[in-house]
Design a binder for this molecule. Structure first.
Ligand code: NDP
Ligand code: NDP
Length: 315
């Protein structure tokens, strides 16, 4: 397949592994890039020196393009930007912030910039800022998410109607059938998170990977909208938040409950009770651990089979 996304990133398949804190280090990113998709290092959980190390290891493990995800809430963002420029990382996915801040600076260094949005208004802002493509991420997605609760099925066509730059769909995609559906809505690429958490090469703790595989429909919730909205697997920590909401907790009380380092505790250290477990709704569909290569191969064959099944269908 050749389209604007494969050409923009110089990749074989428009399949993009999401940048996910504590789950997507160099091992996952290079494994995905080696299959012909695009791997992303999630830099939000990395101290500057750790990012430096992961970029070097990724370069050694793949000769294909890879990207770094830069959440703009990150405290030492300037250091990350300098590291990315120094290592000549070809592609950056910015998220959770204003795309006007860094786009032109990164592009002036020859870096392709993609921005992640959760609504049409943010998509327009990103296009105005001059980004090369956007990720339109629906309410189903895990981790940080929009406040508007717009689902992928609604978001992609609304964005497509008003935006001319290429769109990468995200949120609820774990199969080739879902990729085909998003393409029918106007997307040219597919960003996939949860499926790549339950992957041999992901740096998530095995307890978390197993919890993702065990998850059923209804096991996640988008919460903490007063702070940074985040979709979590329901666990003891989630119960604590729920109880706090029932007691009309203030924003400050919620912040104190969240504390610091809970995402690391849950996803990297495997504390399934008191850690933050960020995952998408589609975890309910996943029932096995696979390698990055197996995941990408299945996505491609499912996409082709689904397309062939409906190709002669008409009303
Ligand atoms: P390496 O095999 O080089 O190193 C693994 C390191 O990670 C070991 O030092 C180990 O510490 C530590 N580690 C493993 N599991 C855990 C855990 N559950 N909690 C805390 N520490 C753990 O791996 P990489 O090349 O993949 O990683 C290089 C560096 O990047 C390491 O410092 C690693 O922690 C970090 N990293 C950060 C990620 C992030 O999203 N921030 C993702 C992946 C890695 P020990 O030997 O003491 O067990
Ligand atoms: P917390 O404030 O709860 O904790 C900070 C965590 O990040 C700690 O575990 C810390 O590691 C690690 N860390 C890495 N670099 C730094 C740094 N320069 N200064 C301080 N801590 C650092 O934040 P969260 O864990 O909730 O989020 C961390 C980052 O990840 C934020 O930038 C956030 O925006 C981003 N994020 C991105 C998501 C995504 O989907 N891309 C989802 C959720 C968060 P240690 O414990 O070893 O000190």
């Amino acid at each position: 397949m050749k389209n604007r996304i494969t050409e923009l990133f110089n990749i074989e398949y428009p399949i993009i592994q999401a940048g996910m804190i504590w789950c997507s280090g160099w091992k996952l990113a290079s494994a995905v890039s080696n299959t012909g998709g695009l791997g992303i290092i999630g830099s939000g959980s990395m101290y500057p020196q750790v990012l430096d190390e992961h970029i070097l290891k990724c370069k050694n493990a793949t000769s294909n393009p890879f990207a770094v995800n830069l959440p703009m809430l990150y405290p030492n963002i300037e250091e990350h930007i300098e590291t990315i420029i120094r290592h000549k990382v070809p592609i950056v996915f910015t998220s959770a912030g204003n795309p006007k801040l860094y786009t032109s600076r990164l592009q002036s260094k020859g870096i392709t910039v993609v921005h992640v949005v959760s609504s049409l208004s943010f998509a327009k802002k990103a296009q105005e800022a001059g980004v090369d493509a956007i990720v339109a991420e629906g309410f189903e997605a895990g981790g940080h998410n929009g406040r508007d609760e717009t689902t992928t099925l609604c978001l992609i066509p609304m964005v497509k109607k008003e935006i001319s730059i290429p769109i990468i769909a995200a949120g609820g995609i774990a199969t080739g059938q879902a990729m085909l559906a998003c393409m029918a809505l106007g997307a040219e690429g597919f960003q996939i998170g949860s499926r790549f958490v339950a992957c041999n090469e992901s740096s998530a703790h095995t307890n978390f990977k197993q919890a993702v595989i065990n998850a059923k429909e209804g096991d996640t919730e988008l919460t903490l909208k007063e702070l940074t909205p985040v979709r979590l697997l329901k666990n003891n920590f989630h119960q604590t938040i729920k109880a706090a909401y029932n007691n009309n907790a203030s924003k400050e009380e919620l912040q104190n409950l969240l504390g610091r380092g809970r995402a690391k505790k849950g996803m990297f250290e495997g504390d399934l009770d008191d850690g933050e477990l960020e995952i998408g709704q589609i975890a309910g569909l996943l029932d096995n651990l696979k390698s990055a290569e197996e995941i990408v191969k299945s996505l491609v064959s499912e996409f082709n089979d689904a397309k062939n099944q409906i190709i002669n269908t008409s009303f």
